[in-house]
Design a protein around this ligand. Structure first.
Ligand code: HEC
Length: 135
């Protein structure tokens, strides 16, 4: 019992510390859009990949953020790597590849068909500006 209490105290104290180390501390326009994709017409492997994507990419910010961001394939590839390399991202190489393939399929088959419904990716400078406004 003692041990359990000590463990719970430790978890309660360290979780917020870990969270602030990684969590995105800014609200982007993309965060305010829909937070799911209807993948019922996607190929089965992309439906599976969608689960990996929603699980892994919602750790530090809304899942709405990537769902509502427009990028080219090359930009998605670079971005997934960038997210993977953030401390404690919890995304392995093979999961990163699965996620990239989903984002690429979704970009071509959903976003590119209706570009005005989605936000363009912001530059680092634009994100810094929003952070300054919001704090
Ligand atoms: C370890 C934390 C973390 C994880 C995991 C993570 N992100 Fe991010 N993400 C961030 C941070 C931090 C930013 C930058 C903005 C900020 O500072 O809040 C960001 C920004 C973004 C943006 C906005 C880009 C722009 O320029 O407008 C997209 C899109 C995005 N992430 C997609 C993803 C995807 C896809 C995944 C899953 C592969 C993912 N993120 C996983 C932390 C994370």
């Amino acid at each position: 019992m003692q041990k359990l209490i000590r463990l719970m105290t430790l978890v309660c104290l360290t979780t917020p510390m870990l969270m602030t180390a990684q969590t995105s501390n800014v609200t982007l326009p993309q965060d305010k859009g829909p937070n799911s994709v209807n993948v019922s017409t996607y190929p089965p492997e992309q439906q599976k990949a969608y689960k990996v994507f929603t699980d892994k990419c919602s750790k530090c910010h809304t899942i709405a953020r990537p769902i509502n961001t427009m990028m080219t394939n090359a930009e998605w590839e670079r971005y997934v790597k960038r997210m993977m390399h953030k401390p404690n991202s919890g995304i392995s190489d093979s999961q990163g590849k699965t996620i990239f393939e989903f984002l690429s399929y979704d970009q071509t088959n959903r976003k590119d068909k209706n570009p005005s419904a989605f936000s363009k990716a912001l530059s680092d400078e634009e994100i810094e500006k929003l952070k300054a406004q919001q704090h």
